[in-house]
Design a protein. Sequence first.
Length: 163
Amino acid sequence: MIESIVIIKDCDARKHDDVVNEIATWFSDTITLENHKICKYTISASGQQIAMQIMPIVIPFDSEGAIETVLLHALAEHGEQESFIAEQASKYVHDLIASEKLSNYLTHNRQITKAEYSAAIAITNPDHSTELFKGLAMACPWEETEAIATHYGCISTAIASCQ
């Protein structure tokens, strides 16, 4: 039997209490939960009373945001350079949005938070930040795009002429 459950969820742009109340709806009985507090919960199953503890943890603790918000703040704590990078990554993303030249990108707060963190990681660890993109690039049928056909057509022509 499960005796303890810890539920970690980010709040994005919602109030912490709203997220905790949403978590409470996941349980069949009426339950009152509090952020960062253990709640005793008893349920009857197969004629037995089962007692468990549930603790919701909504992050970040002191602001709106997501796990990326926490990670960006943690990066900033590593030193002066990292703090500067975190600040500039956020500024970069917000400057792009303020330009009003983006209509298809960064249209939701959740995307903005992820972009800020991704920009910082691209600077502090470029090899790691591009690893996923390498896999995506290899899986895409690039040969069907005009840009690739134009730029690499000469290579195909050269290889064909050598045969």
